[in-house]
Design a protein around this ligand. Structure first.
Ligand code: ZN
Length: 88
C-alpha cells in the first residue's frame, strides 16, 4: 500500500465512522419497512484472529469475526446470519 493509498483508506475509514455515528452506531440495520440494510462498516479487530478487517457478528458465540474466520465455521455463521435476518 502506497502512502497515498493509506491516506485515502484512512480518510474513507473516518468518513464511514462519522456516517455510522450519524446513524446511531450500527450501519447494518432493519428498516421500518422490514427490509434489512447491510452496509460496509469500518474495519474492526476480529475477535478470533485479531486481524483488522471488516467484521460481522457471525462467530460461533456471536463474536465479531472477519470473513476468513466466519467461513471457518460456515454453519455457525449461517445460523447467526439467519438469526439477524429474522430474530423471532
Ligand atoms: Zn478473523
Amino acid at each position: 500500500m502506497t502512502p497515498d493509498e493509506l491516506k485515502a483508506a484512512l480518510v474513507e475509514a473516518v468518513a464511514r465512522r462519522r456516517a455510522a455515528r450519524a446513524l446511531g452506531g450500527a450501519m447494518t440495520r432493519r428498516l421500518k419497512t422490514g427490509n434489512l440494510l447491510i452496509e460496509a462498516e469500518a474495519a474492526q479487530r476480529c475477535d478470533l484472529c485479531g486481524a483488522v478487517a471488516e467484521t460481522r457478528p457471525y462467530g460461533p458465540r456471536g463474536e465479531n469475526v472477519c470473513f476468513s474466520c466466519g467461513m471457518k465455521d460456515r454453519a455457525a455463521a449461517e445460523r447467526a446470519f439467519k438469526q439477524r435476518m429474522d430474530p423471532t
